[in-house]
Design a protein around this ligand. Structure first.
Ligand code: ATP
Ligand code: MG
Length: 418
């Protein structure tokens, strides 16, 4: 990936109008500003600007997964029916998983999640307690035949997920790693500028334990969350399983003598962690020989992060009426350089662009011959954290006008000090 780019060369320039058929903030802004394009309902193409954001999000996720001993793999999207029949999920997922016949009449499916395939590779290579624990993750496209794909990147039929799987020798070890992953997730979201609420949610058909979701509280969310924002409380439940309602007294706070009220908000689930225990591994015959010579079932944990959905959540929570306001950590470029004027002004902007590029800065340089208004409004729309303007006025002062996208005011900065 190039550090820097001239806007004249960029594929995926801003559109003058928002797409008429999109209602979500993330789809409207990401399509208008040239990060993604819609292919069909629930399926979006990622354009060069968008791929830079995805790459940054993925790097953050990889760094944090590697820190907790995750090893990256890449599993196949294509799935044989037989494997999914071992757990009974082939028929359970009918209508949700893409399932079809290939040209030889064999049943195949597209990866919906990867518990079965991960167990299938782990069980062939781990027979002894010495081979465990195993922590494998991947970043890959997942396919789900979602009936309500209408919130842009929040709910796709094809979308990117990071999925991590832990194989441990006991429930206690699983519980311990589950906590480790929860902490790593918190860090992942913080690094990408997302405030998440650790929310209790339903376990689904395969887990006895409740699961936990990482919810970004925002209007554009599809879930409903009941939570308490009392200091140090942290109580939060997804409405699906909630035993409380908004306006109730927070029972957790009451125990410590505090008087707090449960609130209600919409949320985007950007991550979800599960303890599958030994249910699926037993169904699939994944056992190991323990120190005492006994064959015992392996314990499975499964941990997902929506990569494209996180990108959507960032946009939903970082915007104003003019466009996106990217957090630095995931912004496609760090500096949006603009020349307003030709001749000497353009020469100076060119020089700045070349020098910044040489220094390794990530610069998008709007070198088009269009009006100042168009350039400035496109800069606001695209949302790069810092805007540098070179004009007659700044040239007179031997300066550049620097403005943060997240702030109102700009300042003149002497070129010599930059
Ligand atoms: P939801 O309840 O929103 O349908 P889920 O609980 O079925 O999602 P998981 O199986 O837990 O999703 O998947 C892990 C993560 O992948 C989710 O937390 C979410 O961030 C992301 N994800 C799931 N489904 C989609 C989708 N259709 N489009 C985009 N991201 C998704
Ligand atoms: Mg979920």
């Amino acid at each position: 990936m190039q550090n820097s780019l001239r806007y004249t060369k960029l594929f995926g320039k801003s559109l003058r109008e928002s797409p008429a058929d999109e209602t979500s903030i993330n789809a409207k802004l990401l399509i208008k500003s040239g990060f993604i394009s819609k292919h069909m309902a629930g399926a979006f193409n990622i354009l060069p600007l968008g791929l830079r954001v995805i790459a940054k999000i993925s790097t953050i996720v990889r760094e944090e997964m590697n820190k907790i001993d995750g090893q990256e793999v890449l599993m196949t999207v294509l799935q044989p029916k037989e494997l999914w029949e071992e757990t009974g999920r082939w028929s359970k997922l009918k209508g949700a998983m893409y399932q079809m016949k290939d040209s030889s009449g064999k049943d195949v499916g597209l990866g919906f999640t990867h518990e079965e395939p991960m167990i299938s590779i782990a069980r062939t290579r781990a027979q002894s307690y010495k081979d465990l624990p195993i922590y494998l993750y991947q970043i890959q496209s997942k396919f789900r035949d979602e009936p309500r794909a209408r919130s842009g990147l929040i709910r796709g039929r094809e979308f990117m997920m990071k999925d991590l799987y832990s194989f441990t020798t006991s429930k206690a070890e699983l519980d311990k790693y589950y906590e480790v992953v929860g902490k790593a997730y918190k860090k992942v979201y913080e690094r990408m500028g997302l405030n998440t609420v650790y929310t209790e949610a339903a376990g689904g058909v395969f887990t006895k334990d409740n699961t936990h979701e990482f919810q970004v509280l925002t209007e554009g969310g599809e879930d409903t969350i009941f939570y308490c924002d009392g200091k140090g409380c942290g109580f939060a439940e997804n409405k699906e399983i909630a035993r409380v309602s908004s306006g109730d007294k927070c029972q957790k706070c009451a125990k410590t003598g505090h008087d707090e009220t449960i609130k209600e908000a919409r949320g985007i689930e950007v991550g979800n962690i599960f303890r599958f225990g030994d249910v699926m591994t037993k169904q699939m015959g994944f056992t190991f020989k323990d120190k005492d010579g006994q064959d015992k079932p392996v314990f499975l944990g499964s941990y997902g992060i929506g990569i494209t959905r996180s990108m959507a959540a960032i946009v939903e929570t970082h915007n104003d009426e003019k466009g996106i306001i990217w957090p630095e950590s995931v912004a496609p470029f760090q500096i949006h350089l603009i020349n307003i004027g030709e001749g000497k002004v353009k020469d100076e902007a060119n020089k700045n662009f070349e020098e910044l590029t040489k220094e390794g800065k990530e610069v998008l340089y709007d070198d088009r011959e269009v009006s100042a208004g168009v350039k400035l409004s496109d800069a606001d729309l695209i949302g790069i954290p810092e805007r540098w303007v070179v004009s007659e006025k700044t040239l007179k002062e031997n300066s550049v006008e620097v403005k943060k996208r997240s702030e109102k005011d700009s300042k003149l900065v002497k070129i010599s000090s930059l």
